[in-house]
Design a protein around this ligand. Sequence first.
Ligand code: GLA
Length: 393
Amino acid sequence: MAGNTYDKAVKVLSSFRAAFGKTDANDILIVRAPGRVNLIGDHTDYHEGFVLPMTIDRCAYAALRARNDDTVNLYAAQFDEWITYPLSERPETEPGAWAAYVTGVVSELRDRLPGGFEMLVESDVPIGAGLSSSAALSTAVIYGLDQLFGLGIDPIDAVHLSQQVEHRYAGVSCGIMDPFVSRLGRRRHALLLDCRSLACEHVPLTNTERDRNDAFEIVIVDSGVRRELASSSYNTRRSECEQALETIREARPDIRSLRDAKPEDLWLLPSLQHRRVRHVLEENDRVLQARDALRNGDFEAFGILMNQSHDSLRDLYEVSCEELDTLVAAARNVDGVAGARMTGGGFGGCTVNLVRQTAVPALREALCETYAKTYRRTPVIYVVRENHRTERM
Ligand code: GLA
């Protein structure tokens, strides 16, 4: 176990013991599942398109111990909140709260669980920042229960389960990208996912190796703007696109999703739907070009595609916001920044920047200065040091 990982495991173990009492470390299982940042391909997953996310070094953790009865005893260390209930029931929870995800997973798996358990959950993925804190949490809980009870859950089934929990218990009609990359992402790789076939390709992140003098860093910048996906226009965008799909289908009944739309179909649509669908078509092309650029180690080309992606999310899909646009514009003015864009669902959250390692200090300075001047706030800046995967610790 690498140093940080070991320290984290010791910390989670001691929080578990503080919450549930002293016990043999061998009886406790600890797992983690990472958050993600999407490098390119936003608002394409639920149109069966392409995405290119990677996992980050922020994770959700679950520590578990089996019980001899049917009691489920849950503790969220971050919030200092407890929930205790019999396995046969599901307590009322607030949609989108940690308890909704955890009890949602438990109730979906109930028929396969041999008995009750104790579980501590904890996370260092910032909540509501567009870095998939909820997918990381449900992925960690599913993987933890799978490992504790030897359920043999297929990883793709785990991904679907996590997505279903988000739909049912959090009220967001999200796509498959977040749980997929959290469960199946690999270290030092981005993941190209075909959201129709679920075929994926792990694309090595070569130039991000730190010993090279031409190294690039992935830098995430949190705008601090929080818009809950459920109450935001995420679901509205989905329904606008469903209407567009219906219209295109009148002319071409064979098309299954917007992934199959062609540029000539755009002319069938009123202007708002035209813009939405144009984003989807062009973004899908960009993801495939970005995968090729990454394979060739061509980070300049990758950055140009990131910039185009942001402009399209801002102007055509209209899911950016003023703060994200300000951060992106300021980043692009810094020498050594190859590309900057919003990432994830939008309406707030984070930007992702592809930056020459030598330019990171200048980027920090420029962003802090601009943000302070415009909004009297400091953005939180994370350089992605490592990218983790779902695993036992
Ligand atoms: C959120 C959803 C994902 C995806 C992105 C936008 O993160 O959970 O499924 O749709 O927004 O790309």
